[in-house]
Each structure stands twice: as structure tokens, then as C-alpha cells.
Design a protein around this ligand. Sequence first.
Ligand SMILES: [Zn+2]
Length: 422
Amino acid sequence: MVKKRVVLSAALAASLGLGSNFGFTKAAFASKISDLESKNTQIEQKKADLKHHLQEKDQKLNELKDQQSKLAKEIKAIDMAAQDAELKIAEKQKQMKETNEKIENLKKEIKVIQKRIQERNEVLKERARALQQSGGSASYIDVLLGAESFSDFIDRATAVTALVNADKTILDEQKKDEEKLENNRKEVEKELDRLTGMVQDLKDLTARLNAKRTEKDSLMKQLAKEQKDVENDKLSLQEEQELLASQQSAIQQAIQSEKNRKKEAAQAPQPTGNEHSVQSASQGPMPEVSSGAFTRPAAGVISSEFGARGSEFHEGIDIANSGSNVPIVAAASGVVIRSYYSTSYGNCIFISHSINGKVFTTVYAHMSARLVQSGHVSKGQVIGYMGSTGQSTGQHLHFEIHEGPWTPDKRYAVNPRKYINF
Ligand SMILES: [Zn+2]
């Protein structure tokens, strides 16, 4: 984000033509103001575009949030269905367990009955054998045929019939019981099959729900990522908006200071009591603006160098020129820290510069008029006109460069030739 912001800032400044000096030229005030105002308009336009973009992002964010809440509802429904299926599976498995127990019990009962039938058969065979032995023949018929008289036959027949019926009844009942149990077992096994089928269906449903859940989860993740992207976009748009606002406030300040300067320039005489009037139409020669941090502050000849001068030490350099309204320009971009009338310096301006992290102070003295009171000035920007105010014997600019702040003992003053080719 930080990196993006730097790139953005540079691109924006380039697109608006905003350099360190706001693109100031030697042009007349009116054209400067109209330039600044057109830049201001450009910024207004850009701000409107940004606002529109931000609204789009907000709309997109709302859409994403809606989609996510809809998806969350779907996921909840899936979770509920999956939970329901799990509960049903558990219930069916419990029923299956009970059914299996029932089947086991039925099998045991069937075995018991089968054993009983087996035993009954044994008993009946035993009886038959006993009858054979007592009657000397192999069957009930022999018993009957062995009757010695009709009444004996009736007795025997009755006994045999009763015996046979009783045995047959018991056997039939037992057979019926066995069949019943067998049917029971078949039904319970059918129930077990049904339960097994249901559990399988439920497990299939769970698998489908899980697959759906996975799909929705990944969609949810995608939506969350999309939301984060949109939020990041929004953040950088907001940063751009802040940057535009600060640039616009700088431009508005510049417009204001241009207007003040224009107003001041139109005012005559200066509050210093000096009688010089300012007429931009008859402005004198501009110094050539050189490359580098510093430029020559005025056109003219060097009338006095920096250094020892008789019993004194000259802390600056003097540039003399004749004619009216000889412009004096800021030697470097900076901030006007003082603009006042001094009994020694006359009309003078102090500018503080920050160049490659180092502070410099430049002083412009004996001006006929000062055009700036405060605020930012650009290298080559006209700040006043050459004069002879204060302790001066002829029209010239007394110019000082301090490597640091200006102090009354001027301990940081250096030869301006160190920085400027005069
Ligand atoms: Zn001087």
C-alpha cells in the first residue's frame, strides 16, 4: 500500500503538472492564477471521478455482502439437512441393532422348537416301539388286528386313536409354532433389509450434502477474497482522494498568495513609506534562471564582493542595476520567513530553504518594494524590486546566503559564489 501510494503520488503530480515549484513561471499574475485555477479544476474533475469510483466499490461491496449472506443461509440449510441425516442414520442403526437382536432371538426360539419337535418325534418313535413290543407287531394296525374281541378292538382302537390324535395335535402345534417363527424371522429380515437400504440412502444424502457444503465453502472463500480486493481498491482510492485534497489545498493556498501578491503589487506606496511604485508593465530585466538549487537573484553587475571591506566584513554580495522595477527573484524555492522594513536592510525578505535535507537562509535587502509577505516561493519567482532603502548609497541588491538559519552575528554566512555563478 505504501509503495502504491508513492507511485500514485508521483503519477498524480505528473498528470497535474505539479512539480516542487507548482510549475510557476515568470508569467504575469493573471496567467499564474488561471493556471492554478485550471489545475484546481482538473483536481475537482479527478475528485469527482474518484467519488464515482468509490461509489462503484461501495456498490460492489454491498453486492458481495448480499451474496455472502445468501450463501451463509444456504450453508446453514445444508448443515441442518446434514445434521438431520446424521440423526436419522443413528436412529436407523439403532433400529437395525434391535432388529438383529430380534432375528437372533427368533433363531434361538426356532432352534428350541426344532429341538422339541425332534424330541417329540423320538418320544413317538419310542411309543411305537413299545406298542410293537407289547402287541408283537410293527404298527398301530397290528395292535388293532391283535384284538381278541370286538370290545377289546374298540378299547384298543379308542386308545390308539386318542394316542395318535394327541401326538398329532402336539406335532401340528409345534410345526405351526415353527412356521410362525420362521415367518416372523422372514419379516424381521425384510425389516432389516429395509433399514439397511434406508441407512444407505441417508449415507448417500450425507455424501451429497458434504459435496455441496465443500462447493459452497469454496464459493464463500472466493467471495471473501473478492471483498478484500474491493476493500483494498477502496482504500487506495481513499488515499488518492486524501492526496488530491492536500494538493488542492496547496493549490488554493498558492492561488490565495498569488492574489495577495497581486493586490500588494497594485498597492502603492509600500507600507515602508518608500515612494517606489510598482508597474509590472515597465518591469526591468529578469535574471536568467540557472539550473541547480540556486539561481542568480537579480540581473546586474557585481558592485561589491563577499569578504573584508575596509574595517568591515561584507557578509553578502551586491548586485547593482539601473532603471526602475528591476526584478529580484527567489534564489531557490522555499518559504518566506520575514518580509519587513529594517533600518539597516531597508525593505528586506528572508527566505528559508530546505535543500537535500539541509537548511539555508537567503536575504534580499534594500528593495524598493516587497511582493511577498509569507508562504511558499519558487526558485526564480519575483519577490520584489531593486532599490536603495535602508543604509544604502545607490540602487543595488544586497544578497546573503547562510548555510543554516540567519543569526544576528551572521556566523553561517558564506560567499554566494559558492552556490551561484555570477
Ligand atoms: Zn551589500
